[in-house]
Design a protein around this ligand. Structure first.
Ligand code: ZN
Ligand code: ZN
Length: 315
């Protein structure tokens, strides 16, 4: 397959309504699951919870997690389209470990392999090569991390610039222990959420139960948004601004909940550009956030690239 992107004067639709439906379901689904679990737990124990507020809190936390994914793992580490302030970068790495259960280095290396071979037989995750199944993409993505983590030559060829300090080694050790479930991450995360419920005045047993109900909304929301939505749906449905590249698509022109990650076809066409909005009417909130952080010195070396009509730079 040709790897040179060709700009399309009009966007090419690929079942856009299916993309929009999948987007909504995968964005709010995990938080709704947690709300359902908490409602059931409340009914069982005779406890009253403010479910609406709980949903808003989970979605807000989800957005913070997406900030970490897009600014740290993706734009800063994988593609070097911006540089985070060292303190912010360290905080984001710890936060990412707690909510994604994966190290910065392996995430970024796996993603670089995906870009190098997108939708070919060498791709580490693609819904196109093994049939259009989200289940397959989920399995492939988990396998990909394992395979990449075990291949030292990949670290040397594609990841020599990625973090390999003590924090990264702890995260990778924890990740090998069943994705951090029995290591450090899971008990630490559970303790933090239990503390949050205790601070609201709930009894210890109720606080622990509510913390367990919160976990799908916190952990799964990142998984569904990155693995299922971007690795899966954004290679099948949506619309394309570019052809002749791979099967990547943009899910919708304004991606508030994914902070611009859903403009995936644009990103595959110009991975070295921090701005994923290429056509008039598209908005990349992640890039706008990066610009805001740059204005206060928390982001430097922002590779803005062409704000719109990236084709001029790509031709
Ligand atoms: Zn992709
Ligand atoms: Zn990328």
């Amino acid at each position: 397959m040709s790897r040179s992107p060709r700009w399309l004067e009009s966007p090419k639709p690929q079942h856009p309504h299916r993309a929009q439906l999948a987007y909504v379901l995968l964005v709010v689904g995990p938080s709704l699951l947690s709300v359902g679990l908490l409602a059931g737990f409340g009914a069982l124990t005779g406890t009253t919870f403010s479910l609406g507020l709980f949903f808003v809190a989970l979605m807000s936390l989800r957005q913070v997690n997406v900030v970490v994914v897009t600014l740290l793992y993706h734009r800063s580490m994988s593609h070097r389209t911006l540089k985070l302030h060292p303190v912010l970068e360290y905080v984001f790495r710890i936060w990412g470990w707690l909510t994604l259960a994966i190290g910065t280095r392996i995430w970024s290396l796996t993603h670089r392999v995906h870009h190098a071979h997108a939708d070919t037989d060498k791709d580490v995750h693609s819904p196109v090569t093994e049939g259009h199944s989200l289940w397959t993409v989920g399995r492939q993505s988990i396998d990909a991390v394992r395979k990449v983590g075990a291949d030292q030559s990949l670290f040397e060829r594609l990841g020599s610039d990625l973090p390999s300090d003590r924090l990264e080694r702890i995260i990778e050790w924890d990740h090998r222990r069943h994705f951090g479930m029995t290591g450090i991450r899971f008990p630490l995360l559970l303790s933090l959420i239990t503390l949050a419920w205790l601070s609201l005045g709930y009894a210890p047993g109720i606080a622990l139960g509510a913390a367990v109900c919160s976990l799908p909304g916190i952990n799964l929301s990142v998984f569904t948004s990155t693995v299922f939505l971007v690795n899966g749906v954004a290679h099948v449905w949506g619309y394309r601004n570019y052809e002749g590249l791979d099967h990547s698509t943009n899910l919708l022109p304004i991606d508030f909940f994914g902070l611009g990650e859903a403009l995936h076809n644009n990103h595959h066409a110009a991975p070295g550009c921090a701005n994923n909005a290429h056509r008039e009417g598209e908005i990349d909130p992640g890039f706008l956030l990066a610009k805001l952080l740059a204005s206060v010195g928390l982001v430097t070396e922002l590779k803005e690239g062409p704000a719109r009509h990236a084709r001029r730079a790509l031709e």
